[in-house]
Design a protein. Structure first.
Length: 161
């Protein structure tokens, strides 16, 4: 299965503006005690949901417009930002899909670190700043924590192309 990687997805000034907003100490992150259906509560993270269930779920929805404006899609399913804190060792979530309906995933990385997205077949999407990865949403994937930066931030967009 193919994964399309687009480096330097946003213009540099747009990327820095977006990154600065999500990395600002006043940005509202919401605690999640575990990722997916994992039993291990040490794999907590922070999330901000911009859109789900056919509705904007955040007053900050306009933050993601530079990304959406560069994508060609028919329908949005969900948009959320994830913030993972640094770990002493790699922690991998369970393999999963984001939705049961046919969709694509656009995964935008806001910072470079040694965390990554892993697929069942062994393919990896590295976390590289200003990179967008697009893949078939039926591909089971897992998030793998970073050990080299304080946080790993990405924006996960589930959509119908």
């Amino acid at each position: 299965m193919s994964i399309k990687l687009i480096p330097n997805f946003l213009k540099e000034d747009t990327y820095f503006e977006l990154r600065d907003k999500l990395f600002h100490w006043k940005f509202p992150w919401f605690f999640r005690d575990k990722t997916g259906d994992m039993e291990d509560y040490s794999n907590f993270f922070f999330q901000h949901t911009f859109y789900e269930y056919d509705n904007q779920s955040s007053d900050l929805f306009k933050i993601v417009m530079p990304i959406l404006g560069n994508l060609n899609f028919k329908n949005l399913i969900r948009i959320k930002a994830n913030c993972y804190s640094q770990r002493d060792k790699e922690i991998k979530t369970n393999f999963h899909t984001d939705s049961t309906i046919p969709h694509s995933v656009a995964l935008y990385s806001l910072n470079t670190n040694n965390g990554y997205t892993l697929f069942e077949d062994g393919q990896k999407i590295p976390s590289e700043a200003n990179q967008l990865a697009i893949f078939d949403g039926s591909m089971k994937h897992a998030s793998v924590s970073q050990t080299d930066t304080n946080i790993r931030v990405n924006i996960n967009i589930n959509l119908i192309l």
